[in-house]
Design a protein around this ligand. Structure first.
Ligand code: SF4
Ligand code: SF4
Length: 81
């Protein structure tokens, strides 16, 4: 299972990870992101890309899952691979 950690000192509470995560993993609690549903994480690392504070850490991500960008891109990839 993927383990998610939030650096609470670094997190600025912008909420971008909450809006960006396609699996609803995060919620803001007292202006800090909290991974309330880590079991839903599919390891796309989109939240890493968008976090301006580099406050997120994931452990146990399978490297091939990092290809996920969006469902539109996945459908395009399905046609060529
Ligand atoms: S995107 Fe980063 S800085 Fe913004 S709420 Fe999420 S963890 Fe915090
Ligand atoms: S890696 Fe993807 S699914 Fe997992 S918490 Fe980040 S945005 Fe959500």
């Amino acid at each position: 299972m993927i383990e998610i950690r939030v650096d609470e000192e670094a997190c600025n509470g912008c909420g971008l990870c909450v809006k960006d995560c396609p699996m609803g993993v995060f919620e803001l609690k007292s202006s800090v992101s909290s991974p309330v549903h880590p079991e839903n994480c599919m390891g796309c690392l989109s939240c890493h890309e968008i976090c301006p504070a580099q406050a997120l850490e994931h452990r146990g991500v399978v490297p091939c899952r990092r290809m996920y960008v969006s469902m539109k891109v996945c459908r395009m990839l399905n046609r060529v691979i």
